[in-house]
Ligand binder design. Structure first.
Ligand code: SF4
Length: 290
């Protein structure tokens, strides 16, 4: 399938990449930017921002769209929180996103490491806003995170319900929706966020149904991006969705009442994360010029 002109690859400035990578590697930090082969790495590293990946770089799940390594994870590195706090200070970040692989091998699903990292980051930069993109976990493990109240908790739906067995096996659509609802019920002050890809064979109606399901769980922010194949080992792209269709989803999202919608081909869950939070805190009223 020919790649349309709006899916142009932006080649990052090598020096920006090198600088950022040497800092991150000197602190033994993984990023989802590198591990998941994010197309925006150039833009973000150039802006000296990144999404930190804790709990190692090996996942216990087997999502068919994801470029991250799968298998038996390494033991937890309890120095990660300090390393990330150092990077946050060095990069002088005002907003930071922390995510992880799924660790079904850990009793606390990794929630303890999220809490330790949030606390270390807030210790070095109390005014920073923290966003965590978490894997599935039970309510007890989730509560460890909601009580330390990061400003944003994100959990991705990734795709529509019908495609879960093929695209996101092991995960259950309703479990992810319930997790998003549970965040709000445990701590209503937290901004909730979710993201999904398009171009995996879903219909417009199915995407609107997914958005309605997310609104029912009082999700504040959504991100919608084009699925791009990280390598030949992942699922092929079924369709390249047009920029006008992304705009249509954005408009539908605001009509549904989402506080902020980030919708365009290159959007990923933590793309423009700071802007999304800032705008969600003062939502666009219908008809306001963006
Ligand atoms: S759970 Fe996350 S990191 Fe693991 S395979 Fe799925 S998308 Fe990738």
């Amino acid at each position: 399938m020919a790649v349309p002109e709006w899916i142009k690859h932006h080649y990052p400035k090598p020096e920006a990449l090198r600088e950022m990578k040497s800092l991150l590697h000197s602190l033994h930090i993984h990023t989802v930017c590198e591990e998941a082969k994010c197309p925006n790495i150039g833009e973000c590293f150039n802006k000296q921002t990144a999404t930190f990946l804790i709990l190692g770089d090996i996942c216990t799940r087997k999502c068919k769209f994801c470029g991250i390594k799968k298998g038996i994870p390494l033991p937890v590195d309890y120095d990660e929180p300090q390393h990330i706090a150092k990077a946050v200070a060095k990069l002088n970040l005002s907003h930071t996103v922390i995510t992880s692989v799924t660790r079904d091998d850990l009793e606390d699903s990794g929630s303890g490491q999220f809490v330790a990292t949030i606390k270390e980051v807030k210790k070095v930069k109390p005014e920073i806003t923290v966003e965590v993109l978490i894997p599935i976990m039970n309510n007890e493990n989730l509560r460890r995170i909601t009580v330390v109240a990061p400003e944003v908790i994100n959990h991705n739906m990734e795709t529509i319900k019908r495609l879960y067995p093929e695209v996101r096996p092991i995960y259950q659509y309703d479990d992810s929706l319930n997790l998003l609802a549970e965040i709000k019920s445990q701590n209503p002050s937290i901004t909730t966020k979710s993201g999904f890809m398009v171009g995996l064979g879903e219909t417009e109606t199915e995407i609107v149904e997914l958005m309605e399901d997310l609104r029912k769980q009082k999700v504040d922010i959504i991100t919608i991006g084009q699925y791009l194949r990280p390598s030949g080992s992942q699922l092929p792209v079924v369709e390249y969705i047009s920029p006008s269709q992304f705009k249509k989803y954005e408009d539908v999202g605001y009509k549904m009442g989402f506080k902020y919608v980030v919708s365009s081909p290159y959007v990923r869950s933590s793309y423009m994360a700071k802007e999304a939070l800032t705008n969600a805190e003062c939502p666009i009223k219908k008809g306001d010029k963006k």
